[in-house]
Write a protein that binds this ligand. Structure first.
Ligand code: UVW
Length: 310
């Protein structure tokens, strides 16, 4: 991908100003009352699936600036009061990168040419205190919930897990929609299954990190055309991590196109395996997806515990 292609694509996808000069919710604005009611109507069977991975020492991180959660007790078997010695309590604390496990990337997670989504200046709005524009608190209020549409690309290709260098293109997404009998409507959250998380949950972090099938950056245009609210995937970065697909300039181009130009949130390290098995069994690939980020002021991402309901 030559820089000219990237810049041309970015220009065509840029949503800056579309929801006003101060907007910090981007494509989440597509989740209007009609989209939310459509999402709620997907709950017909009373089934619930957790789409997160555990926040513990067995996470996918190898260390460095991104490590797995470290949790310890700060109070154990304490008395609240000498007067009531039988009443006891325990407290704990967690030290973890906000990006270490199942998470949303806020728009301030990435940038180029000194600007975040909607043109906010990185120089003015990024400091050690965090991002004073495009922080995750704007995604947390009122939250993230909409209709989720699972596109099971691993199943489409007849494998448990896609090969490590598989780049999912818009044609794959269209084929999955057709095979599953679903369409992505404005305000939907697109959930792309590569199967890769199985290499962590049934394997090891080495197996998981050794390859990362995912979306090719041209999927950004597909999401734009569909007026999708967000995308989430069961890999480390939503997009394929394969230098050959990046071209000669931008690292993780889909991050830049979606988060910075479109204002479209990225959900990473989801686990769709139980949900996918159920969707294959009952043929219902749409569900209510509730995945509010934590309301952490100025954060560039947030851990989440997403829930799908059918
Ligand atoms: C980056 O660090 C840019 O990627 P990710 O969103 O996968 O954490």
């Amino acid at each position: 991908m030559k820089s000219l292609d990237f810049d041309k694509m970015a220009e065509g996808l840029r949503n800056w100003g579309r929801w006003g000069p101060e907007d910090q919710r981007g494509t989440l604005n597509h989740i209007d009352p009609a989209a939310l009611c459509r999402a709620a109507a997907e709950v017909k069977q009373g089934k619930m699936f957790n789409l997160g991975i555990a926040f513990d020492e067995n996470g996918p991180q190898f260390g460095g600036f991104r490590f797995n959660p470290m949790k310890y007790m700060t109070a154990m078997d304490q008395k609240h009061s000498e007067e009531f010695p039988r009443s006891r309590f325990n407290d704990d604390v967690i030290h973890m990168p906000l990006q270490c496990a199942t998470q949303w990337d806020a728009f301030s997670h990435v940038h180029y040419d000194g600007q975040f989504y909607n043109g906010f200046s990185v120089h003015e709005h990024l400091s050690l205190q965090g991002a004073t524009r495009c922080g995750v608190e704007h995604m947390a209020k009122p939250g993230i919930a909409s209709r989720g549409v699972l596109l099971d690309i691993a199943k489409l290709r007849g494998v448990d897990i896609l090969p490590g260098d598989y780049a999912i293109k818009p044609d794959d997404l269209n084929e999955a929609c057709e095979a599953q009998g679903v369409s992505v409507l404005p305000g939907d959250i697109v959930a792309v299954r590569t199967g890769q998380i199985g290499n962590l949950t049934r394997g090891s972090r080495e197996q998981f990190m050794s390859g990362q099938p995912g979306c090719h950056h041209t999927c950004a245009e597909w999401l734009h055309d569909k007026s999708a609210a967000a995308i989430c995937a069961d890999n480390v970065a939503v997009e394929v991590m394969n230098a050959e697909t990046y071209g000669d300039e931008m690292f993780l181009p889909m991050h830049l196109l979606c988060l910075r130009d479109m204002g479209l949130p990225f959900g990473e390290l989801f686990d769709f395996d139980a949900l996918a098995a159920d969707c294959a069994a009952d043929g219902q690939y749409t569900f209510l997806l509730c995945a509010p980020p934590l309301n952490i002021t100025r954060a560039v991402g947030s851990p989440i515990n997403p829930i799908a309901m059918k």
